[in-house]
Write a protein that binds this ligand. Sequence first.
Ligand SMILES: *Cc1c(COP(=O)(O)O)cnc(C)c1O
Length: 386
Amino acid sequence: MSDDPVDGATQCVNAHIGDDPAWKAVIPPLYLSSTYRFTGLDQMGTYDYGRSGNPNRDALADTLAQLEGGAGAVVTASGMAAIDLVLNLLRAGELVIAPHDGYGGTRRLLESRQQQGRLRVHFIDQGNADAVTRAMAAQPSLVLIETPSNPLMRLTDIAALAKTARQAGALVVCDNTFLSPARQRPLALGADLVVHSTTKFLNGHSDVIGGAVIANSEGLAEKLRWWANCTGVTGAPFDSYQTLRGLRTLYARMDVQERNAQTLAAFLARHPLVRQVHYPGLPDDPGHALSQRQQSGPGALLSFELKGNRETVRAFVGATRLFTLAESLGGTETLICHPASMTHRAMNAAAQRQAGIGETLLRLSVGLENTADLLGELNRLFAALQ
Ligand SMILES: *Cc1c(COP(=O)(O)O)cnc(C)c1O
Protein backbone atom coordinates (compact mmCIF):
# COMPACT_ATOMS: atom_id res chain seq x y z
CA MET A 1 0.00 0.00 0.00
CA SER A 2 1.23 3.51 -0.77
CA ASP A 3 1.31 6.37 1.71
CA ASP A 4 -0.69 8.68 -0.56
CA PRO A 5 -3.57 10.36 1.23
CA VAL A 6 -6.68 8.32 0.60
CA ASP A 7 -10.29 9.42 1.06
CA GLY A 8 -12.16 8.10 4.11
CA ALA A 9 -14.67 6.21 1.96
CA THR A 10 -11.79 4.31 0.36
CA GLN A 11 -10.10 3.71 3.73
CA CYS A 12 -13.32 2.13 5.03
CA VAL A 13 -13.79 -0.16 2.04
CA ASN A 14 -10.12 -1.08 1.85
CA ALA A 15 -9.40 -1.55 5.59
CA HIS A 16 -7.31 -4.73 6.10
CA ILE A 17 -8.55 -6.26 2.84
CA GLY A 18 -6.39 -9.22 1.85
CA ASP A 19 -3.85 -8.89 4.68
CA ASP A 20 -4.73 -12.16 6.48
CA PRO A 21 -1.30 -13.69 7.26
CA ALA A 22 -2.63 -17.27 7.57
CA TRP A 23 -4.67 -17.96 4.39
CA LYS A 24 -4.78 -14.63 2.51
CA ALA A 25 -8.52 -14.38 3.07
CA VAL A 26 -9.79 -11.18 1.44
CA ILE A 27 -11.98 -10.33 4.44
CA PRO A 28 -10.04 -10.52 7.73
CA PRO A 29 -11.22 -13.66 9.55
CA LEU A 30 -12.72 -13.66 13.06
CA TYR A 31 -10.26 -14.62 15.81
CA LEU A 32 -12.23 -15.76 18.86
CA SER A 33 -9.34 -17.42 20.72
CA SER A 34 -8.78 -15.98 24.19
CA THR A 35 -5.11 -16.96 24.23
CA TYR A 36 -2.14 -17.31 21.86
CA ARG A 37 0.73 -19.82 21.74
CA PHE A 38 4.27 -18.78 22.65
CA THR A 39 6.70 -20.39 20.18
CA GLY A 40 9.25 -20.89 22.99
CA LEU A 41 10.36 -19.47 26.30
CA ASP A 42 10.64 -15.66 25.98
CA GLN A 43 9.16 -15.97 22.48
CA MET A 44 5.80 -14.23 22.47
CA GLY A 45 4.13 -13.42 19.16
CA THR A 46 2.16 -10.25 18.39
CA TYR A 47 -0.64 -11.44 20.69
CA ASP A 48 -0.65 -13.25 24.02
CA TYR A 49 -4.09 -12.77 25.62
CA GLY A 50 -7.43 -11.57 24.25
CA ARG A 51 -8.12 -8.81 26.78
CA SER A 52 -4.78 -7.19 25.95
CA GLY A 53 -4.91 -7.60 22.19
CA ASN A 54 -6.95 -9.18 19.40
CA PRO A 55 -6.56 -8.92 15.60
CA ASN A 56 -10.21 -7.97 14.94
CA ARG A 57 -10.22 -5.30 17.63
CA ASP A 58 -6.89 -3.93 16.36
CA ALA A 59 -8.13 -3.84 12.74
CA LEU A 60 -11.15 -1.78 13.82
CA ALA A 61 -9.04 0.46 16.09
CA ASP A 62 -6.53 1.41 13.45
CA THR A 63 -9.21 1.97 10.83
CA LEU A 64 -10.97 4.37 13.23
CA ALA A 65 -7.65 6.11 14.04
CA GLN A 66 -7.05 6.63 10.29
CA LEU A 67 -10.56 7.96 9.68
CA GLU A 68 -10.34 10.46 12.55
CA GLY A 69 -6.73 11.41 11.72
CA GLY A 70 -5.49 10.14 15.11
CA ALA A 71 -2.28 8.45 16.27
CA GLY A 72 -4.06 5.47 17.83
CA ALA A 73 -7.37 4.19 19.13
CA VAL A 74 -8.87 1.85 21.70
CA VAL A 75 -12.03 -0.14 20.97
CA THR A 76 -14.31 -0.59 23.99
CA ALA A 77 -17.39 -2.64 24.87
CA SER A 78 -19.74 0.39 24.57
CA GLY A 79 -19.81 4.14 24.12
CA MET A 80 -20.18 4.56 27.89
CA ALA A 81 -17.10 2.35 28.45
CA ALA A 82 -15.19 4.66 26.05
CA ILE A 83 -16.14 7.76 28.06
CA ASP A 84 -15.37 6.05 31.38
CA LEU A 85 -12.00 4.95 29.96
CA VAL A 86 -11.13 8.60 29.28
CA LEU A 87 -12.02 9.52 32.90
CA ASN A 88 -9.15 7.24 34.02
CA LEU A 89 -6.78 9.97 32.80
CA LEU A 90 -7.95 12.22 35.69
CA ARG A 91 -6.74 12.33 39.28
CA ALA A 92 -9.26 12.32 42.11
CA GLY A 93 -11.04 15.65 42.54
CA GLU A 94 -10.09 17.13 39.15
CA LEU A 95 -12.68 19.25 37.35
CA VAL A 96 -14.61 18.24 34.20
CA ILE A 97 -16.58 20.77 32.13
CA ALA A 98 -19.44 19.09 30.28
CA PRO A 99 -22.35 20.35 28.16
CA HIS A 100 -25.67 20.93 29.98
CA ASP A 101 -27.50 19.31 27.06
CA GLY A 102 -25.26 16.27 26.57
CA TYR A 103 -26.11 12.57 26.25
CA GLY A 104 -28.09 11.39 29.31
CA GLY A 105 -25.85 8.39 30.01
CA THR A 106 -22.77 10.63 30.04
CA ARG A 107 -24.46 12.99 32.46
CA ARG A 108 -25.39 10.07 34.75
CA LEU A 109 -21.81 8.75 34.68
CA LEU A 110 -20.25 12.14 35.48
CA GLU A 111 -22.78 12.90 38.25
CA SER A 112 -22.29 9.46 39.82
CA ARG A 113 -18.49 9.79 39.76
CA GLN A 114 -18.89 13.21 41.36
CA GLN A 115 -21.14 11.78 44.11
CA GLN A 116 -18.44 9.18 44.81
CA GLY A 117 -15.87 11.99 45.17
CA ARG A 118 -13.87 10.74 42.18
CA LEU A 119 -14.08 14.00 40.22
CA ARG A 120 -15.91 17.33 40.09
CA VAL A 121 -18.13 18.34 37.20
CA HIS A 122 -19.73 21.58 35.99
CA PHE A 123 -22.46 21.32 33.36
CA ILE A 124 -22.55 24.51 31.30
CA ASP A 125 -24.10 25.96 28.16
CA GLN A 126 -21.03 25.77 25.92
CA GLY A 127 -22.59 28.22 23.48
CA ASN A 128 -22.62 30.94 26.16
CA ALA A 129 -19.30 32.86 26.11
CA ASP A 130 -19.63 34.09 29.74
CA ALA A 131 -20.32 30.57 31.00
CA VAL A 132 -17.26 29.28 29.11
CA THR A 133 -15.02 32.06 30.55
CA ARG A 134 -16.20 31.30 34.10
CA ALA A 135 -15.70 27.56 33.55
CA MET A 136 -12.12 28.02 32.32
CA ALA A 137 -11.27 30.24 35.30
CA ALA A 138 -12.07 27.23 37.52
CA GLN A 139 -9.08 25.40 35.92
CA PRO A 140 -10.69 22.27 34.47
CA SER A 141 -8.57 19.23 33.62
CA LEU A 142 -10.96 18.00 30.95
CA VAL A 143 -13.49 19.68 28.67
CA LEU A 144 -16.05 17.41 27.02
CA ILE A 145 -17.75 18.64 23.85
CA GLU A 146 -20.77 17.04 22.19
CA THR A 147 -21.86 18.52 18.88
CA PRO A 148 -24.49 18.46 17.44
CA SER A 149 -26.45 18.17 20.69
CA ASN A 150 -29.23 15.70 21.33
CA PRO A 151 -32.10 16.19 20.52
CA LEU A 152 -32.06 19.89 19.56
CA MET A 153 -29.11 19.71 17.12
CA ARG A 154 -27.39 22.75 18.65
CA LEU A 155 -23.80 23.14 17.46
CA THR A 156 -20.69 23.98 19.48
CA ASP A 157 -17.68 25.62 17.81
CA ILE A 158 -15.05 22.91 18.40
CA ALA A 159 -12.02 24.96 17.20
CA ALA A 160 -12.90 27.97 19.39
CA LEU A 161 -13.70 25.96 22.53
CA ALA A 162 -10.69 23.65 22.07
CA LYS A 163 -8.39 26.68 21.83
CA THR A 164 -9.75 28.26 25.03
CA ALA A 165 -9.69 24.92 26.87
CA ARG A 166 -6.09 24.21 25.86
CA GLN A 167 -5.02 27.66 27.03
CA ALA A 168 -6.60 26.76 30.38
CA GLY A 169 -4.53 23.56 30.41
CA ALA A 170 -7.44 21.17 29.89
CA LEU A 171 -7.59 18.02 27.79
CA VAL A 172 -10.24 18.41 25.07
CA VAL A 173 -12.52 15.44 24.36
CA CYS A 174 -15.17 15.46 21.63
CA ASP A 175 -18.04 12.96 21.38
CA ASN A 176 -18.38 12.56 17.60
CA THR A 177 -21.16 9.95 17.67
CA PHE A 178 -23.81 12.08 15.94
CA LEU A 179 -21.81 12.81 12.78
CA SER A 180 -18.99 10.25 12.54
CA PRO A 181 -15.67 11.05 10.79
CA ALA A 182 -17.59 11.06 7.51
CA ARG A 183 -18.95 14.50 8.48
CA GLN A 184 -16.77 15.92 11.28
CA ARG A 185 -13.13 15.43 12.34
CA PRO A 186 -12.62 17.00 15.78
CA LEU A 187 -8.87 16.19 16.08
CA ALA A 188 -8.17 18.43 13.07
CA LEU A 189 -10.13 21.18 14.87
CA GLY A 190 -7.96 20.96 18.01
CA ALA A 191 -9.46 18.19 20.16
CA ASP A 192 -7.06 15.77 21.92
CA LEU A 193 -9.44 12.82 22.00
CA VAL A 194 -12.53 11.70 20.10
CA VAL A 195 -15.02 9.30 21.66
CA HIS A 196 -17.66 7.29 19.81
CA SER A 197 -20.59 5.12 20.49
CA THR A 198 -19.86 2.83 17.52
CA THR A 199 -23.35 1.45 18.23
CA LYS A 200 -24.68 4.31 16.08
CA PHE A 201 -23.46 5.42 12.61
CA LEU A 202 -20.11 3.59 12.61
CA ASN A 203 -21.60 0.10 12.88
CA GLY A 204 -24.75 1.51 11.34
CA HIS A 205 -26.98 -1.57 11.46
CA SER A 206 -28.45 -1.41 15.00
CA ASP A 207 -27.01 -4.81 15.90
CA VAL A 208 -23.86 -4.15 18.00
CA ILE A 209 -23.17 -2.16 21.18
CA GLY A 210 -19.64 -0.75 21.05
CA GLY A 211 -17.42 2.26 21.57
CA ALA A 212 -14.01 3.73 20.79
CA VAL A 213 -11.57 6.43 21.87
CA ILE A 214 -9.21 7.94 19.28
CA ALA A 215 -6.17 9.93 20.47
CA ASN A 216 -4.21 12.68 18.70
CA SER A 217 -0.87 11.45 20.15
CA GLU A 218 0.78 8.08 20.62
CA GLY A 219 1.39 9.01 24.29
CA LEU A 220 -2.31 9.44 25.02
CA ALA A 221 -3.21 6.33 22.96
CA GLU A 222 -0.72 4.27 24.97
CA LYS A 223 -2.12 5.49 28.32
CA LEU A 224 -5.64 4.60 27.17
CA ARG A 225 -4.56 1.16 25.94
CA TRP A 226 -2.92 0.57 29.32
CA TRP A 227 -6.09 1.49 31.23
CA ALA A 228 -8.34 -0.47 28.86
CA ASN A 229 -6.30 -3.62 29.47
CA CYS A 230 -6.01 -2.92 33.20
CA THR A 231 -9.76 -2.43 33.71
CA GLY A 232 -10.83 -4.93 31.02
CA VAL A 233 -13.20 -2.67 29.06
CA THR A 234 -11.88 -3.71 25.64
CA GLY A 235 -14.45 -4.70 22.99
CA ALA A 236 -15.25 -8.29 22.01
CA PRO A 237 -13.74 -9.80 18.81
CA PHE A 238 -17.12 -10.61 17.23
CA ASP A 239 -18.41 -7.09 17.93
CA SER A 240 -15.26 -5.63 16.34
CA TYR A 241 -15.68 -7.89 13.29
CA GLN A 242 -19.31 -6.83 12.87
CA THR A 243 -18.49 -3.17 13.38
CA LEU A 244 -15.72 -3.18 10.75
CA ARG A 245 -18.17 -4.87 8.37
CA GLY A 246 -20.73 -2.12 9.02
CA LEU A 247 -18.08 0.61 8.82
CA ARG A 248 -17.15 -0.32 5.24
CA THR A 249 -20.33 1.37 3.95
CA LEU A 250 -20.28 4.38 6.33
CA TYR A 251 -19.72 7.05 3.68
CA ALA A 252 -22.30 5.66 1.24
CA ARG A 253 -24.85 5.28 4.04
CA MET A 254 -24.21 8.77 5.32
CA ASP A 255 -24.60 10.29 1.83
CA VAL A 256 -28.01 8.72 1.27
CA GLN A 257 -29.30 9.13 4.84
CA GLU A 258 -28.23 12.80 4.88
CA ARG A 259 -29.91 13.44 1.53
CA ASN A 260 -33.12 11.89 2.89
CA ALA A 261 -32.84 13.94 6.11
CA GLN A 262 -32.40 17.16 4.11
CA THR A 263 -35.54 16.36 2.09
CA LEU A 264 -37.62 15.50 5.17
CA ALA A 265 -36.39 18.61 7.03
CA ALA A 266 -37.42 20.87 4.12
CA PHE A 267 -40.83 19.16 3.96
CA LEU A 268 -41.37 19.52 7.72
CA ALA A 269 -40.24 23.18 7.71
CA ARG A 270 -43.06 24.02 5.25
CA HIS A 271 -45.75 22.00 7.02
CA PRO A 272 -48.54 24.00 8.73
CA LEU A 273 -48.75 21.51 11.66
CA VAL A 274 -45.04 21.89 12.51
CA ARG A 275 -43.94 24.64 14.90
CA GLN A 276 -40.19 24.33 14.39
CA VAL A 277 -37.55 22.10 12.76
CA HIS A 278 -34.04 21.67 14.18
CA TYR A 279 -31.63 20.71 11.39
CA PRO A 280 -28.38 22.54 10.57
CA GLY A 281 -28.92 21.75 6.86
CA LEU A 282 -31.77 24.30 6.73
CA PRO A 283 -30.49 27.77 5.70
CA ASP A 284 -32.29 29.56 8.56
CA ASP A 285 -31.19 27.12 11.28
CA PRO A 286 -29.06 28.83 13.97
CA GLY A 287 -26.31 26.23 13.42
CA HIS A 288 -26.25 26.53 9.61
CA ALA A 289 -23.18 28.79 9.20
CA LEU A 290 -21.10 26.91 11.79
CA SER A 291 -22.11 23.55 10.30
CA GLN A 292 -20.71 24.70 6.96
CA ARG A 293 -17.39 25.58 8.60
CA GLN A 294 -16.82 22.59 10.85
CA GLN A 295 -18.84 19.78 9.27
CA SER A 296 -18.70 18.38 5.76
CA GLY A 297 -22.50 17.97 5.82
CA PRO A 298 -25.49 18.39 8.15
CA GLY A 299 -25.87 14.68 8.97
CA ALA A 300 -28.90 12.39 9.16
CA LEU A 301 -30.55 13.43 12.45
CA LEU A 302 -33.21 16.06 12.89
CA SER A 303 -35.87 17.00 15.39
CA PHE A 304 -39.11 18.91 15.06
CA GLU A 305 -41.93 20.25 17.22
CA LEU A 306 -45.53 19.51 16.33
CA LYS A 307 -48.25 22.04 17.03
CA GLY A 308 -50.55 20.54 19.67
CA ASN A 309 -49.99 18.49 22.82
CA ARG A 310 -49.08 15.01 24.06
CA GLU A 311 -52.25 13.56 22.44
CA THR A 312 -51.17 14.99 19.07
CA VAL A 313 -47.86 13.15 19.45
CA ARG A 314 -49.68 9.95 20.46
CA ALA A 315 -51.84 10.06 17.33
CA PHE A 316 -48.82 10.88 15.14
CA VAL A 317 -46.54 8.06 16.31
CA GLY A 318 -49.53 5.71 16.60
CA ALA A 319 -50.00 5.90 12.82
CA THR A 320 -46.42 4.91 11.90
CA ARG A 321 -45.95 2.02 9.49
CA LEU A 322 -42.52 2.69 7.98
CA PHE A 323 -40.85 4.54 10.88
CA THR A 324 -40.09 2.55 14.02
CA LEU A 325 -40.73 4.09 17.43
CA ALA A 326 -37.41 3.44 19.23
CA GLU A 327 -34.40 5.00 20.96
CA SER A 328 -30.90 4.96 19.42
CA LEU A 329 -29.92 6.26 16.00
CA GLY A 330 -27.62 5.86 13.03
CA GLY A 331 -28.96 2.58 11.64
CA THR A 332 -30.15 1.87 8.09
CA GLU A 333 -33.80 2.07 9.22
CA THR A 334 -35.64 5.29 10.07
CA LEU A 335 -36.34 5.60 13.80
CA ILE A 336 -38.70 8.08 15.41
CA CYS A 337 -38.25 8.97 19.07
CA HIS A 338 -40.15 11.11 21.58
CA PRO A 339 -37.33 12.49 23.77
CA ALA A 340 -39.57 13.71 26.62
CA SER A 341 -40.90 10.19 27.34
CA MET A 342 -38.01 8.10 25.97
CA THR A 343 -34.33 9.18 25.75
CA HIS A 344 -34.69 12.13 28.14
CA ARG A 345 -37.29 10.75 30.58
CA ALA A 346 -34.74 10.80 33.44
CA MET A 347 -34.94 14.61 33.35
CA ASN A 348 -37.87 16.04 35.32
CA ALA A 349 -40.34 18.37 33.61
CA ALA A 350 -38.55 21.52 34.79
CA ALA A 351 -35.17 20.28 33.56
CA GLN A 352 -36.73 19.30 30.21
CA ARG A 353 -38.30 22.75 29.87
CA GLN A 354 -34.99 24.41 30.71
CA ALA A 355 -33.21 22.27 28.09
CA GLY A 356 -35.86 23.19 25.50
CA ILE A 357 -37.29 19.67 25.23
CA GLY A 358 -41.02 20.22 24.74
CA GLU A 359 -43.70 17.55 24.96
CA THR A 360 -44.36 17.67 21.20
CA LEU A 361 -40.69 17.38 20.19
CA LEU A 362 -39.87 14.34 18.02
CA ARG A 363 -36.46 13.18 16.78
CA LEU A 364 -35.86 11.33 13.51
CA SER A 365 -32.81 9.23 12.72
CA VAL A 366 -33.33 9.12 8.98
CA GLY A 367 -32.49 5.87 7.21
CA LEU A 368 -31.78 4.49 3.77
CA GLU A 369 -35.35 3.97 2.58
CA ASN A 370 -36.65 5.37 -0.70
CA THR A 371 -37.19 9.13 -0.31
CA ALA A 372 -40.76 9.12 -1.69
CA ASP A 373 -41.70 6.34 0.74
CA LEU A 374 -40.37 8.41 3.65
CA LEU A 375 -42.35 11.46 2.50
CA GLY A 376 -45.41 9.22 2.08
CA GLU A 377 -45.05 8.09 5.70
CA LEU A 378 -44.89 11.71 6.92
CA ASN A 379 -47.99 12.57 4.86
CA ARG A 380 -49.81 9.60 6.42
CA LEU A 381 -48.81 10.67 9.95
CA PHE A 382 -50.02 14.23 9.42
CA ALA A 383 -53.25 12.90 7.88
CA ALA A 384 -53.81 10.98 11.14
CA LEU A 385 -53.96 14.36 12.95
CA GLN A 386 -56.78 15.77 10.86
C1 LIG B 1 -25.40 6.31 22.44
C2 LIG B 1 -24.48 7.39 22.84
C3 LIG B 1 -23.52 7.21 23.84
C4 LIG B 1 -23.42 5.91 24.64
O1 LIG B 1 -23.06 4.85 23.83
P1 LIG B 1 -23.47 3.30 24.14
O2 LIG B 1 -22.85 2.58 23.01
O3 LIG B 1 -24.95 3.24 24.20
O4 LIG B 1 -22.84 2.97 25.47
C5 LIG B 1 -22.66 8.26 24.12
N1 LIG B 1 -22.76 9.44 23.48
C6 LIG B 1 -23.69 9.67 22.52
C7 LIG B 1 -23.75 10.99 21.85
C8 LIG B 1 -24.58 8.65 22.17
O5 LIG B 1 -25.52 8.88 21.24
